[in-house]
Structure formats: structure tokens, C-alpha cells
Design a protein around this ligand. Structure first.
Ligand code: PEP
Length: 250
């Protein structure tokens, strides 16, 4: 049985003042022992967030693929771990688009996270154009095959996040049927790539998850949680999503 995982991605939002939201979010996490909950604020807020969030994991939104070196402006997984991160999102579509990250770059970032014993959340997802052309499963399966690291003994956990690009920040959510079809395809790809271990990898859905659609999405087979952008910024919106995940596990 895979535990539900709910992860907030604050993107380039937040401030020290906004960390006050973490009190109620951490309390909801402690009251939902069957659910793993994490928040990924910008790099500069990881250490202060960690100090204020008992019961809640804190993560990062990106890392470099190398452990150290002459990479101005970059941050390594080891540095993020030292700051208190337990997980790292890699290959978010905003980074794939804005920073032209390839599948190979995403894989090296995921492997860097795993080398530190952290969770690597590998994001995949098709564009609107690709879905309209009937190529969604093909595109996502290809991204996954190229981005997925190999799990080694004693290393961290791989999580996959399916995030259709057209659903991110738009208020348009994929239908439960579309999500079920894609998550089944991802599960099959995980089996091909990782053998029996593919069955234990958690697959999150992301794309305009809100308090009013979370329960329906969590009821879809092979949806093991959510990666939440806008609705993770306030406890008012994020706590009901955590509670919906707890309800789905009962
Ligand atoms: C995201 O950025 O990963 C995301 C899913 O954003 P939103 O929930 O705002 O669509």
C-alpha cells in the first residue's frame, strides 16, 4: 500500500512573513498520520521553514546535477540537504521550458538528489498541442524513460509527478479518466524501467489541484497524491487538500 504524498510547490513566491502559513499546514500534517506532507519554498526559505514545521517535510524546487564545482548561481543536492531539504522537485515543466532542461539533465538532477538519500520528484507532462494530437501518453512515456534514474541500494526514493502543462496554473484540471489512463501508462513504464520496484513508486497528479477537486482526483487508481502549486501558498487552501488525501486513505 503506497502512502499518499501531498507536496506544495511555492515556485518563486513567499517570504519570511509567509512562513506563518506553515503552522496550520504542519498541524494538519500531524493530524493526518497516514499522509506524507511537504512544502517546497524557494531556496532561501528552506532553512527557516524547516525550523518552523515539525511534522512537515521541507523540500527544494531544483538542484544541480553535480555535487559541487564551478557552477555559478547553482545549488547542489548536498547543500539543500544541509539546509534541511528532504526532497527535491526536478524537471518541472517551467524549468524544462524556461531553462531548456533536457530529459538527460533532469535524470542527472534526480540522481544527484538520490545520492544524498533525498526523495527526487521527477515531473513529466504533455502540452495542450501534444494532447490534442493524441500524443500525450507517447510524450510522457518518452520523458519518463529519459528522465528516470536507476534506484541504487541505500539511495533515496523516486516519486513521479504527472503534470499536464495545460493544467498548471490555469484552473483546467485533467478529467479523472485522463488521469487514470496516464497514471496507468506511467505505472507500466515504471515496471519496464525498474521491474518489481516500479510498483512501489508513488505517482502524484499536479495541475490546478484545489480543495474542491482534490477528493475526486485522489480516488483515481494509481493517484498516490498531488503536487500543488497555487493552492499550497495558504493554509486555507492547502489544509483541505491534505484532509482529502487523509480521507482517501481510510
Ligand atoms: C505546479 O506548479 O506544479 C502546479 C501544479 O501548479 P498549480 O497547482 O498552480 O496548477
Amino acid at each position: 500500500m503506497r502512502r499518499k504524498l501531498v507536496v506544495g510547490n511555492w515556485k518563486m513566491n513567499g517570504s519570511l512573513a509567509q512562513l506563518k502559513e506553515l503552522g496550520a499546514i504542519a498541524s494538519a500534517a500531524r493530524n493526518s498520520p497516514g499522509v506524507d506532507v511537504a512544502v517546497c519554498p524557494p531556496f532561501t526559505l528552506i532553512a527557516p521553514a524547516r525550523a518552523r514545521s515539525a511534522g512537515l517535510a521541507v523540500g527544494a524546487q531544483d538542484c544541480h546535477g553535480k555535487d559541487s564545482g564551478a557552477f555559478t548561481g547553482s545549488v547542489s543536492a548536498a547543500m539543500l540537504k544541509e539546509a534541511g531539504a528532504r526532497l527535491i522537485i526536478v524537471g518541472h515543466s517551467e524549468r524544462r521550458a524556461e531553462h531548456r532542461e533536457s530529459d538527460a539533465a533532469v535524470r542527472s538532477k534526480a540522481e544527484a538528489a538520490l545520492r544524498q538519500g533525498l526523495q527526487a520528484i521527477v515531473c513529466v507532462g504533455e502540452s495542450d498541442e501534444e494532447r490534442r494530437a493524441g500524443r500525450a501518453v507517447e510524450i510522457v512515456s518518452g520523458q519518463l524513460a529519459g528522465s528516470l534514474p536507476q534506484i541504487g541500494e541505500g539511495e533515496g526514493e523516486i516519486v513521479v509527478a504527472y503534470e499536464p502543462i495545460w493544467a498548471i496554473g490555469t484552473g483546467n484540471t485533467a478529467t479523472p479518466q485522463d488521469v487514470a489512463e496516464m497514471h496507468a501508462a506511467i505505472r507500466a513504464e515504471l515496471g519496464r524501467a525498474l521491474g518489481g520496484r516500479g510498483g512501489s513508486v508513488r505517482i502524484l497528479y499536479g495541475g490546478s489541484v484545489k480543495p474542491d477537486n482534490a477528493a475526486e482526483l485522489f480516488a483515481v487508481p494509481d493517484v498516490d497524491g498531488a503536487l500543488v502549486g497555487g493552492a499550497s501558498l495558504t493554509a486555507k487552501d492547502f489544509v483541505p487538500i491534505i484532509e482529502a488525501a487523509a480521507g482517501a486513505g481510510r
